[in-house]
Design a protein around this ligand. Structure first.
Ligand SMILES: Cc1cc2nc3c(=O)[nH]c(=O)nc-3n(C[C@H](O)[C@H](O)[C@H](O)COP(=O)(O)O)c2cc1C
Length: 164
């Protein structure tokens, strides 16, 4: 066995290197009965045009995602540059994340957070086991954007703004 094979995989380095891929930030929401539920999610992207589908990767430790999956329909809120605090609040497990948060329901009832840059209303299609996360496919049913706003970005473990 060579030295390389023996060395354990450096997950810290992996995080550090992958952190160089700058992304937007989303909050995935749903209505679980009459209770809104949501969590911050960076691993989001478009998957297919026809049919229109998106992909996201919730972690297996998330307590919000299993509830959203059970509801079977959700909204991906793409955050705008002044929603960093909201992104941090929705990244904490437990507690009432929606306390004091203004929102309106999209067509499937899921919360659209006031001030969001854009949103995508989805129906849950399937989830694939993927290590310590799941790979989730959502079918897009409706969407909207507030193009006069700018995105909240996440890069190397920190939040940033987009300067055209
Ligand atoms: C900027 C940022 C990006 C995140 N991206 C993800 C992600 O892609 N997938 C995920 O499962 N958790 C992600 N998290 C962590 C979740 O938001 C956090 O684990 C979750 O909100 C825990 O709450 P829950 O138990 O209510 O699900 C991210 C957190 C932050 C601050």
């Amino acid at each position: 066995m060579t030295k390389e094979e023996a060395r354990p995989f450096d997950t810290g380095r992996f995080r550090e290197v992958l952190g160089h891929f700058a992304t937007g930030v989303t909050v995935v929401t749903a209505m679980d009965g009459d209770e809104p539920v949501g969590f911050t999610c960076q691993s989001f992207g478009s998957l297919s045009l026809e049919p229109p589908m998106v992909v996201l990767a919730p972690g297996k430790l998330s307590t919000s995602w299993p509830r959203i999956a059970r509801v079977g329909q959700f909204c991906v809120n793409i955050l705008s540059e002044d929603q960093e605090a909201l992104s941090r609040d929705f990244s904490r497990s437990g507690g009432d994340k929606f306390a004091g948060v203004l929102w309106t329901p999209v067509g499937n009832g899921a919360p659209l957070l006031d001030g969001a840059l854009a949103w995508v209303q989805c129906r849950f299609v399937e989830a694939h086991d993927a290590g310590d996360h799941e790979l989730v496919v959502g079918l897009v049913e409706d969407m909207g954007a507030n193009s006069h706003r700018r995105p909240l970005l996440f890069y190397r473990g920190g939040f940033g703004r987009f300067e055209p």
